[in-house]
Design a protein around this ligand. Structure first.
Ligand SMILES: [Zn+2]
Length: 727
C-alpha cells in the first residue's frame, strides 16, 4: 500500500538521468564550481532528495556538525583500513564527516552521497525507492548511535535531540496521579483539522481528555472505575526540536492515502512554556527559533523534497533573490514603481522609462495608458508622493522613504535563508517560508533550535571551523585537482583552429580570389588560444612565416564556390580573439593590406543588394490589421493584379557599387512559393539581364550583416520580408 509512496517524480534538472547525461559528455569534464550562493548542493542519486534535504539540515546544525567532527580517527578508525579484518572502522560517522567536509570546503556545485549510502548498506534499489524523510531521520540517528557505541560520541544524538513527554491520568475521586514518561527525538504533530502548529501543540499538551460516562478509568488506588482526566506535557526539552507534520493521512472511507494540503501556519520563533510541565525556569529556556523547513512537493504517490535552511554561521553568500514581482498590467503606478526601483538608487531618464515600460509590458505609454491617464510626465507629477522629478523634469526617482517592492539590499540580520534543492542552492527571503504553509508544495518537517544556543564569533563565515585537519587537507588537495582540471578544460575549450590563407597562394580572377595551384588542405593551420590578443596572433604568424616582410593584415575570410570572400580586417591588436569574433575553424586571409585587395575587396566582390519587398502581397479583401501591416511596415505599389496564393512576386532593386551597362535598377519577377532557391535566383538574374553561374543568394540580417549562403532548399517566402545578397 505504501510501496512507492515516496517515489520521486522526474523533475527538471534533478533526475538521475540528467546527472548521468553529464558524465557521458567526457571523463575529463570537471564538475562545475559552486554557484553564487557559495554553498554546495548534493547530487540526486535517483530519488534521494529526501536524504539530501535531511543531510543539509544536519550540516546546517552547527552543534551536530561539530559534535560529529569532534570524533577523531583514534576512536572511529580510518576509512582506508575498512577492508582490514582486524580493524574496527566506524564507517557511517566517517563517511558523514567526509561528506560534511566536502560540502563545507570543496569548490564544486554539488557533492555525491554514494559513499555514505554505501555505508548504510543500501543497495541500488534502496537508493531509488524513496524513504519517508521522517522515517529516514530516525533510521539515520539510530544508525549513527549504533555506530558510535563505546565512543565519546555515543550520546551526542541523545544530547541534541532527546526530549521527554509525561502522560498523566488524574483520578477525579482520590486525586491519585498515574504517570508514564515517553521519549522522543522528534514530535509528530497533527495537521488535519488544525490551522497552526501552536493549535496542534495546544491540543496535544494543554487540552485534557476526560474519562467519563461509558468510558471510565480504573484507578489503582480506588480500585474501581472512576472519572479521570488524561493530559500530556513536555517534560524535558532538547536543544533541537524537530516537528514532523502529519500531512499524509489515510481515508478509510475511500481506502486511500491522501495529502493534507490545507493551510497550516508555523512561527519563526516559538515559546514552548505553555506546553511544558510547570517549573520555575526562565522563559528563555523555552524559546526556540526555526532554522530549517523540509518541504514536500507533490501528491502522496510521488514527489520531491527540498529544504529552506537558515545559514546560521553565514557560510554562504546571500544575495537578494531576483524574482519578478507579478505585475498588475493595468496599474501604471505599480509598473512604473517596479521599473524605477529596479534601477537601484539611480535617476531614470524619462526617455529611458518609456523604453523600459515597452520592454516590461510590450506596449508604449501612449498606447496603453495615455488615453486614461494623460502624458507620462503629467502622471508622474500627479503622484508626487511616490515619484520625484529632477533635472527640469527629465529624470525621475522614487521618493526615498518609500517601501519599494525590490528594495532589500542588505539582508536583515539572521535572515540568511537558502533553498537547498539537490544540486541547486539559491538565496531566499525569510518571508518565502510563508509560501510553504499550504498547498501541494508545503512544509513537511520543521526544525527549531533553542534561542539560547549562541554561536562563537570565530565560526562566522568560517567553513573550516572545527573541521579536523586531515579533512581540511583532503579538501584542499581536491580543490587543487579541481582547479587544474578546470584550467586544462578551459584552455581546451578556448583553443581554436585557424586556417591561414596566404596572399601569395591566391590570384584575382573574375573579381574573386582564386587559389593558385595548391590544394586547400595545404593551407597552413594554426591552433591558438582565443583568450590571447590579435597582436599575439599576428606575432605567432610572423614567427611561422619567417620570410614575411613588411606589414601584415589579417582579414577574416570564407571559402565560397565563387572564391575566397573577405570580411572584416582585424585592426585592433589589443582585443582578444574572443572579442574579435574569431571562432573555431575561422579562415584568415594573410596579406600586406594593400595591393591585391585594393582591387578585389572593395570593387568587384560586392555587386548588388537585392531587396525582396513584396513577398507578402496585401490582398484587398483583408483588413489592414489582418494583413499584418504594422507601424513601419513598408508597402509598395506594384503593377498588375496581386499574385495568386501560390505565387510570390519578387520586387527587388539594388544599390550598385559596380554597375554594368544594361542592368535596370528596379525589377520584378514572379516566383512560385515552392520554387527552389536556385530557380528563384535564375529568375532574378534573367529579370536584370545578367548571366553566368558564379552567383549565389545570401540572407542579410537587419543589420545588413551577410549571413549563411542559401542552399538549394524549397523557398518559402510568404512569411517574412527578406533581403538577399547576390555575389
Ligand atoms: Zn482514585
Amino acid at each position: 500500500m505504501f510501496g512507492n509512496l515516496f517515489e520521486e517524480e522526474e523533475e527538471e534538472g534533478f533526475s538521475s538521468l540528467s546527472s548521468k547525461g553529464r558524465v557521458v559528455k567526457g571523463v575529463d569534464e570537471p564538475p562545475p564550481p559552486r554557484g553564487k550562493s557559495n554553498l554546495c548542493g548534493i547530487k540526486n542519486q535517483g530519488g534521494t532528495c529526501y536524504l539530501n534535504s535531511l543531510l543539509q539540515t544536519l550540516l546546517f546544525t552547527p552543534e551536530f556538525r561539530e559534535a560529529l567532527f569532534s570524533l577523531g580517527q583514534e576512536e572511529l578508525g580510518r576509512l582506508e583500513d575498512k577492508d582490514k579484518p582486524e580493524a574496527k572502522v566506524r564507517v557511517i560517522p566517517l563517511e558523514l564527516q567526509r561528506l560534511f567536509a566536502r560540502l563545507l570546503l570543496v569548490d564544486q556545485q554539488s557533492a555525491s552521497t554514494a559513499d555514505l549510502t554505501d555505508s548504510f548498506g543500501w543497495n541500488s534499489s534502496e537508493g531509488t525507492n524513496q524513504h519517508d524523510v521522517q522515517e529516514l531521520n530516525r533510521i539515520l540517528f539510530s544508525a549513527l548511535e549504533h555506530s558510535l557505541v563505546d565512543t565519546s560520541g555515543s550520546a551526542f544524538i541523545h544530547r541534541l535531540y532527546h526530549g521527554t513527554i509525561v502522560n498523566s491520568i488524574v483520578c477525579k475521586e482520590c486525586g491519585n496521579v498515574s504517570q508514564r514518561q515517553e521519549d522522543f527525538l522528534d514530535l509528530t504533530v497533527c495537521v488535519c483539522g488544525v490551522l497552526s502548529l501552536e493549535e496542534a501543540l495546544w491540543n496535544m499538551f494543554v487540552e485534557e481528555e476526560l474519562f467519563e460516562g461509558n468510558n471510565l478509568y480504573r484507578c489503582a488506588q480506588c480500585d474501581r472505575l472512576v472519572t479521570a482526566a488524561k493530559s500530556a506535557k513536555l517534560r524535558k526539552l532538547p536543544p533541537f526540536m524537530t516537528m514532523s507534520l502529519l500531512r499524509f493521512s489515510f481515508d478509510f472511507a475511500k481506502f486511500e492515502r491522501y495529502k493534507e494540503t490545507g493551510r497550516y501556519t508555523f512561527p519563526l520563533s516559538i515559546n514552548l512554556r505553555p506546553f511544558c510541565e510547570p517549573t520555575d525556569a526562565e522563559d528563555s529556556d523555552y524559546s526556540y527559533e526555526l532554522f530549517s523547513v523540509i518541504i514536500h512537493k507533490g501528491g502522496c504517490y510521488g514527489g520531491h523534497y527540498h529544504a529552506y535552511i537558515r545559514d546560521i554561521d553565514e557560510l554562504g553568500q546571500w544575495e537578494p533573490p531576483v524574482h519578478e514581482p507579478k505585475l498588475q498590467e493595468d496599474d501604471p503606478l505599480s509598473i512604473l514603481m517596479a521599473i524605477i526601483s529596479q534601477v537601484l538608487k539611480e535617476l531614470v531618464l524619462l526617455d529611458q522609462l518609456g523604453q523600459k515600460l515597452m520592454d516590461k509590458i510590450g506596449s508604449s505609454w501612449s498606447k496603453k495608458f495615455r488615453k486614461q491617464y494623460g502624458p507620462i510626465g503629467k502622471f508622474l507629477q500627479s503622484h508626487s508622493d511616490v515619484f520625484m522629478l529632477v533635472s527640469n523634469g527629465t529624470r525621475v526617482a522614487l521618493k526615498a522613504n518609500l517601501p519599494s517592492p525590490d528594495q532589500h539590499n542588505e539582508p536583515p540580520t539572521g535572515s540568511h535563508w537558502f533553498d537547498l534543492n539537490d544540486s541547486t542552492v539559491t538565496s531566499i527571503r525569510e518571508s518565502d517560508i510563508e509560501k510553504q504553509f499550504q498547498g501541494k508544495e508545503s512544509a513537511y518537517m520543521l526544525f527549531y533550535r533553542k534561542t539560547q544556543l549562541h554561536r562563537p564569533a570565530e565560526a562566522r563565515n568560517n567553513p573550516q571551523y572545527k573541521v579536523p585537519t586531515h579533512l581540511v587537507q583532503r579538501a584542499q588537495e581536491e580543490n587543487v585537482k579541481l582547479q587544474e582540471m578546470r584550467e586544462k578544460c578551459e584552455a581546451t575549450n578556448n583553443t581554436v583552429e585557424l586556417c591561414l590563407h596566404l596572399a601569395s597562394s591566391y590570384r584575382l580572377e573574375n573579381g574573386a580570389l582564386q587559389p593558385v595551384g595548391k590544394e586547400p588542405s595545404e593551407n597552413p593551420a594554426l591552433s591558438f588560444d582565443r583568450r590571447k590578443t590579435v597582436g599575439d596572433l599576428r606575432l605567432a604568424i610572423y614567427q611561422m612565416q619567417e620570410l614575411w616582410e613588411g606589414d601584415m593584415a589579417l582579414t577574416v575570410a570564407k571559402s565560397l564556390p565563387a572564391g575566397l570572400h573577405l570580411y572584416n580586417t582585424l585592426t585592433d591588436d589589443n582585443i582578444s580573439l574572443n572579442s574579435a569574433g574569431i571562432y573555431n575553424n575561422t579562415d584568415l586571409f594573410v596579406w600586406n593590406g594593400r595591393d591585391v585587395i585594393a582591387e578585389c575587396i572593395y570593387e568587384p566582390l560586392v555587386f548588388f543588394f537585392f531587396l525582396i519587398l513584396a513577398c507578402m502581397t496585401v490582398c484587398e479583401e483583408l483588413s489592414v490589421r489582418d494583413a499584418g501591416v504594422r507601424l513601419m511596415t513598408t508597402l509598395t505599389l506594384c503593377p498588375g493584379s496581386s499574385p495568386r496564393a501560390s505565387q510570390v512576386r519578387l520586387f527587388f532593386f539594388f544599390f550598385f557599387f559596380y554597375l554594368k551597362s544594361s542592368i535596370k535598377p528596379f525589377s520584378t519577377c514572379s516566383c512560385i512559393k515552392t520554387m527552389f532557391f536556385s530557380q528563384c535566383l535564375k529568375a532574378m538574374l534573367e529579370a536584370v539581364g545578367l548571366d553566368g553561374s558564379c552567383w549565389h543568394l545570401r540572407k542579410l540580417d537587419w543589420c545588413e550583416e551577410v549571413g549563411e549562403p542559401l542552399m538549394d532548399e524549397v523557398i518559402i517566402m510568404n512569411d517574412i520580408i527578406s533581403i538577399f545578397y547576390v555575389l
